[in-house]
Structure formats: structure tokens, C-alpha cells
Design a protein around this ligand. Structure first.
Ligand code: DUT
Ligand code: MG
Length: 594
């Protein structure tokens, strides 16, 4: 059974490598100084704490036996001063590092969003939007632990281990070696669970992504869900996906819970072993060590294992973050398939002559959607494309805006191959009204002005009047300043079409593309609109796609496509006289109207 996209785990395009972690250092670079100072402060504070056991040793070995009150007080003040210093440093560190972490997250998120904005349609066609969203929002959020505390912690802890070992060696070399016997055991255990744990985290991130994809699809499709009473069925799917996420998370976190206690046990075992050993050696007079030194030493053992514990738990953070980083960098690395050639020049001011020369195109390899399409549209002409559903009409006009790369052939505007010009300069000169009109949240005015932010209010109103949108807009509560919600909630489909129409027009393009621009508009409005349009289309090349033939009857040229091929081409009268496919279509609509 074919599975829904939200059920399919994403596959990583690249394997894991440490390069990913190195790559994050690019984001860390601007903070080199900050990190240096924080590391310096942390090092001083950790050295300071190292002296505490030595102070205790002194207290036990000399101050207490000699009942030297002033020395005890002095030692007490030393400990207090160290504690205050450490707490101040910790406070500074968490402030500075949290800020740095959030700044880096901001940068990563900016990069990923900038990149996503430039990705081709095909990227969005091929995966659920929820899975894209989760990368920008959740995965990036999950890096905060790594960036704000993790990295610096691990460096300081690693540094402090070195100091601790020095202090331990200073007290006794043999004991130092014995107390580290647990270390190889820990490394061995980490090696065993390492890859399992990493996979478990990848799985958890996949399940989170799936759940997100489903939630996003459900919200978008809520009207259909409710009208077909699919709520219960959807609840089941949701519960399953949500359960999968919970289970995979629990599975992954299980490994995290495993390591902490292991480290603690090894630490406790080493400490007690050293105690027993040292007491035995003292009793039997086989060591020169004092009781104070033993107390200090065992305290160092605790201090030795504590940073190891931090590093081990940070290791978990690294693994979790890596599974997110892989996705994030994968998105940032997603090739922008449709981009300017290196020597691309700006498209000069378009006159509007369009030529398709033997264009072949497929969305998916092998399955050609357009086969050998050739035609020419003279500047200023209106060019209609008709044909059955799925024939490839929308595809043809999408290629003109270079939303997809063509497989073979050429598309020329004013004799210039559109592949050789910058995409921005090309699209800026075209007004596109897509088959599915999309309204953004904001005022009607802003929506119409979307493609031409410098247009004056008067220009917006003029464009609206031309497409007969002015009247209904004025009837709205605040006229042009009425706020519409996401996806144009509060507007009818026809109203949304008219707004998109005005938007396309306002760009004042030399080439205007209208894909089913008036399919949801009543006939009366459409007739009124035709009048306005006629004047408007005079100096522009226009591509008009319509199922309703009354809309395109007056076009200079009509292209009839079927199954990605041109079947007929000519003016309305020519095609009617030909009595071919167009004639049949026209007659069927005519019959229908009778
Ligand atoms: N197609 C894809 N992927 C897409 C869009 C379309 O594979 O992202 C396929 C479906 C169809 C063919 O390409 O078989 C042509 O689609 P197009 O949208 O160009 O058809 P149309 O002529 O515009 O149909 P309609 O009248 O329904 O808008
Ligand atoms: Mg279409």
C-alpha cells in the first residue's frame, strides 16, 4: 500500500560526519572574543574551586589539630571568597552564552529561511510543508542547549579535568592512576551505545517531522475533514503518529538515562575503593599520606568524575543536536536548481515577443508533460491557451517565469534565451495571476500592492477598478484598509481572484499571465471586466488560460493543447472554420448554453 507522505520517514541525503559540527563554528566565529573571555573566566573559577580540597586538607592537617582559630577563620573566608567568585562567573557565563546562543539561532534561522525562499517549486512539491516548517522552527530551537551552555561547558569541564588530575598527581601518583580505572569501562560502554543512540535520536526527529506534517496538512484540510466527517479517522492517524513520536523519544532518551548513573556509580566505586585502600595502607603504615590528604584526594575523585558526567550528558546533547543539524544543513545545502547563470545579465526592458522553441518538460524524470512545444507570440498580442484539464496549460506559463527548468528546447523573450538572464529581472517584468489565488494576511491594499510596493493608493484603486474589484472592496467594512486573514478568510473565491488579478495588473508588466483569472467570477462582472481589460491589454503580451471560451474568443491567437502537445493554433474564426478540437469544445459550451 502506498503510504502517505506524513508516514514516510525522511531519508538523510548525507551521512553523518563531524564536519557538521565544524560547520557550526562558522556561526561561532563572530563570538571568538566572547568565547575566549568566558573560557578564561571559567578556567579561573574552576582553578579556584580546585583549592577547596587543599584548604580542607590544611584545616585538617594543621589548623584543627593546632586549634588555630585565626587560621580556621582565614581558611573559611578563602572558601567563601571562592564560592562568591564562582557564582558570579556562572551568572556572567549563563547570561553571555544564552545571548550568544540565541543570536546564533537567529542567524541560522535567517539563513534557512532565506534559502527556502529561493528554493524551486519542485522542492515544495516534493515534501509536506509541515516537514519544512519543523526544520525552521523546532530543529533550530533545539540547538539552543548546544550553543548556549553545551559548548562552553564541555570546554571548561575538559580543562578542569586537566587541572584536577594535576592536583591529584600532586598528592599521589599511584592513587591517581587507580582512581581512573573506571575510565576505560565508561569509554567502552559509550562506544557500544553510541551508534544506537544516534539512530534513536534520528528516528525521534523523523517522527516529530511526520507528526508536524500531519498537523499542518490537517489544518489546511480542516474544511474537507469536517464536511466528510473524517474527524474520528483523523484522530486515529494523529494518535498513531503522536504515539510514534512519544515512543521514539522515550527510546532515545533511555540511553541518556543510562549513562548518568553509570558515571555516578563508577565515581562512587572509585571513591570508596580509594578510601578502603588508603585506610588499609595507613593502618598498616605503608603510606606517608595524611588523613587530610586522603580526604582531599577523594574529594578530587568526585570532582574528576563530575565534569566527566557533564561531558557525557553533553555528549547526548551533541547527538540530539547533530540529528537536527543534519536536517538544518541539509536544507541550507538544498541546491537552488533554478538560479542565475554565472554570466547572467539583467533582462533589458521587455518588449513582449515570446518564442517557445521545441520545449520539452517533465516534472518527474521520464514522464513528459510537455512535448516539443513551439509557438511565437508577437509583442502586444493576446495569446490564449485552452485544452482539457491536465493538458499542460499551467505548465507552459510556469516555464515562462522559469519556475522550473526545461528539459530541452529554448524559451526566448525578445530574442533573449530566458536561461541567460537573471531570474529577478525576468520575473519583475511579468505579472502573473496563478490558478489558485493566494491572499496574504494583511489589508486588501497591501495584498494588491504585493508585487509593487511603491505603487500609490491611486494606482491600486485604478487597478482594482479595471478588474471590477473596486465596488466590492468599497462595500467592505474599511474599504481598502480592511484586514483579511490568512489565505483570505472572509473573502469569496471570486473576490480573491479579483484581488489577485488587480495584484498582477499593478505590477504593470509587459507580459501578463492570467491562469483561469475569471473562472469563479459571475458572467456579468466578467463582461464588464472584458471591457476594461481590452484597453489594458493593448500594449502588453498576455497569456490567457481559460476553460470558459467566451473569455478568450477575442484573443489574437488561440493554442489548443492536449496531453502536452499542440493540437491546433489560430484565431477563433480560423479554428471554428477548421472544425477540429477547438470547434468541438466551443460547440459543446455553446450547446450547453442553449
Ligand atoms: N503535474 C505534475 N506536477 C505538478 C503540476 C502538474 O506532475 O506540480 C502534471 C499533472 C498534469 C500535467 O502535469 O498531468 C499538466 O498539469 P497542468 O497543471 O499544466 O495542467 P493544466 O492544463 O493547467 O490543467 P487545469 O486545466 O486543470 O489547470
Ligand atoms: Mg492549470
Amino acid at each position: 500500500m502506498a503510504r502517505n507522505t506524513y508516514e514516510v520517514d525522511e531519508e538523510l541525503e548525507t551521512g553523518f560526519d563531524i564536519e557538521k559540527l565544524k560547520r557550526i563554528s562558522i556561526y561561532l566565529k563572530p563570538y571568538k572574543k566572547t568565547i575566549f573571555w568566558i573560557l578564561f573566566l571559567m578556567a579561573t573559577s574552576s582553578i579556584a574551586t580546585m583549592f577547596i580540597p587543599i584548604i580542607f586538607m590544611e584545616a585538617m592537617n594543621s589548623a584543627i589539630p593546632q586549634k588555630d582559630m585565626s587560621q580556621i577563620v582565614r581558611l573559611g573566608i578563602d572558601i567563601l571568597a571562592i564560592s562568591i567568585y564562582v557564582s558570579i562567573v556562572l551568572k556572567i557565563r549563563s547570561r553571555v552564552m544564552t545571548k550568544m546562543g540565541q543570536n546564533i539561532i537567529y542567524e541560522i534561522r535567517k539563513d534557512i529561511f532565506t534559502h527556502i525562499q529561493n528554493l524551486p517549486f519542485s522542492y515544495f512539491d516534493s515534501r509536506p510543508h509541515g516537514k519544512i516548517q519543523v526544520r525552521v522552527v523546532n530543529y533550530v530551537n533545539n540547538l539552543s542547549d548546544l550553543l548556549s551552555t553545551g559548548l562552553v561547558n564541555v570546554l571548561t569541564e575538559a580543562g578542569s579535568i586537566v587541572f584536577i588530575v594535576c592536583f591529584m598527581l600532586y598528592i599521589d601518583v599511584k592513587f591517581t592512576i587507580i582512581s581512573m580505572i573506571g575510565l576505560p569501562v565508561l569509554i567502552f560502554i559509550i562506544c557500544i551505545i553510541n551508534s544506537k543512540q544516534r539512530k534513536a535520536w534520528q528516528k525521534a526527529s523523523n517522527k516529530q517531522s511526520n507528526l508536524n506534517a500531519y498537523i499542518s496538512e490537517s489544518i489546511n484540510g480542516i474544511r474537507i475533514t469536517q464536511s466528510f466527517v473524517r474527524e474520528e479517522e483523523n484522530m486515529k492517524i494523529f494518535n498513531r503518529l503522536s504515539g510514534n513520536y512519544r515512543d521514539s523519544w522515550m527510546q532515545a532518551v533511555k540511553y541518556n538515562f543510562l549513562l548518568g548513573p553509570i558515571v555516578e556509580n563508577i565515581s562512587a566505586f572509585s571513591t570508596s575503593f580509594i578510601y578502603v585502600l588508603s585506610v588499609y595502607l595507613i593502618i598498616n603504615d605503608k603510606t606517608m599520606l595524611t588523613a587530610g590528604a586522603i580526604v582531599a584526594f577523594t574529594s578530587y575523585i568526585g570532582r574528576f568524575w563530575a565534569p566527566i558526567n557533564t561531558i557525557v550528558s553533553f555528549y547526548n546533547t551533541i547527538l540530539t543536536s547533530l540529528s537536527y543539524l543534519e536536517r538544518i544543513f541539509e536544507t541550507i545545502d538544498e541546491p537552488i536548481e533554478i538560479k542565475d547563470k554565472e554570466d547572467a545579465k539583467d533582462m533589458p526592458k521587455i518588449d513582449g515577443n515570446v518564442v517557445f522553441d521545441k520545449v520539452c518538460f517533465s516534472y518527474e524524470e521520464g514522464a513528459y508533460v510537455l512535448k516539443d512545444i513551439s509557438f511565437e507570440v508577437k509583442s502586444g498580442q493576446s495569446f490564449a491557451i485552452v485544452g482539457p484539464t491536465g493538458a499542460g496549460k499551467t505548465t507552459i506559463v510556469n516555464l515562462l517565469s522559469r519556475f522550473y527548468n526545461i528539459n530541452s528546447g529554448h524559451i526566448y523573450i525578445d530574442g533573449i534565451d530566458i536561461e541567460n538572464v537573471t531570474i529577478k529581472s525576468l520575473r519583475k517584468q511579468m505579472g502573473v495571476m496563478m490558478q489558485e489565488s493566494f491572499i496574504f494576511s494583511g489589508t486588501i491594499m497591501d495584498n494588491i500592492r504585493y508585487g509593487n510596493k511603491d505603487a500609490t493608493d491611486e494606482e491600486v484603486i485604478r487597478a482594482s477598478k479595471t478588474v471590477c474589484a473596486h465596488d466590492f472592496i468599497m462595500q467592505m467594512e474599511n474599504g481598502y484598509n480592511t484586514v483579511v486573514k490568512e489565505r483570505g478568510a472572509g473573502l469569496s473565491t471570486g473576490q480573491k481572484q479579483l484581488i489577485s488579478f488587480a495584484r498582477a495588473l499593478l505590477a504593470n508588466p509587459k507580459i501578463l499571465i492570467l491562469d483561469e483569472a475569471t473562472s469563479s467570477i459571475d458572467t456579468e462582472t466578467e463582461i464588464a471586466l472584458q471591457e476594461g481589460l481590452k484597453k489594458l491589454l493593448q500594449n502588453r503580451t498576455s497569456f490567457i488560460i481559460a476553460h470558459r471560451l467566451s473569455t478568450i474568443k477575442n484573443s489574437d491567437c488561440i493554442l489548443y493543447v492536449d496531453k502536452g502537445q499542440i493540437v491546433e493554433k489560430g484565431s477563433h474564426n480560423e479554428l471554428i472554420a477548421k472544425k477540429g478540437a477547438y470547434y468541438k469544445l466551443y460547440m459543446s459550451q455553446y450547446e450547453f448554453l442553449k
